[in-house]
Design a protein around this ligand. Structure first.
Ligand code: ZN
Length: 192
């Protein structure tokens, strides 16, 4: 198994990741959770599955932020006053990420960027192809892409959204870089 934050599930590396990057990713995940809860088109069972996955990604980030905050408070003489601005400072980037996630179909991105996947539509709202993770030698199509911009590989049990797909395609570990890369991709008219 490749040791990478892109290879979920697995250890998520926070060492050297700036606090504001973690805050950005957490605010993105929380916004995504709110979007899912508020979307009447998403079935209850799908909602729960999506929220479980978001929590799986968000919980260790929230724990790491709490740990850093406590550490900083200790150094600052015991004060636990918020030592950094609210995650709201990243609102613009999170809004861009939301817009892109709505505008760019994940199926188009994967079909174009990972031709090996052989992705094709197999249901009203599902596409099937071979896994996009390079360490999964997927001989049978195990990857399912849903029209709400999520994917699941039933072979290696990894999930993700369009930003995980970008992370795999371009080797980008930071959420902010993934958002910028998707903006570039969407702006270049690369979609089929
Ligand atoms: Zn896989």
């Amino acid at each position: 198994m490749r040791d990478s934050t892109n290879s979920l599930p697995g250890p998520i590396k926070f060492c050297g990741v700036p606090t504001e990057e973690l805050q950005l990713e957490l605010s993105w995940l929380r916004q995504t959770a709110r979007d899912i809860v508020e979307d009447p088109a998403v079935a209850v069972s799908t909602k729960q599955q999506s929220l479980d996955y978001i929590n799986y990604r968000a919980a260790p980030i929230a724990a790491e932020l709490a740990r850093r905050k406590e550490q900083l408070g200790r150094f600052a003489g015991g004060s636990l006053a918020d030592p950094w601005p609210d995650a709201g400072v990243h609102k613009a980037l999170v809004n861009t990420a939301r817009r892109l996630k709505q505008e760019v179909p994940l199926s188009s991105y994967i079909a174009t960027t990972f031709p090996y996947s052989g992705l094709r539509q197999t249901g009203r709202a599902t596409w099937t192809g071979r896994c996009i993770f390079p360490d999964h030698d997927d001989t049978t199509p195990s990857l399912v892409v849903y029209d709400d911009n999520r994917f699941t590989c039933f072979g290696c049990d990894r999930h993700g959204d369009i930003f995980q797909a970008i992370a795999v395609a371009e080797g980008l570990e930071r959420f902010a870089d993934q958002v910028r890369a998707l903006a570039r991709w969407a702006g270049n008219g690369d979609q089929p």
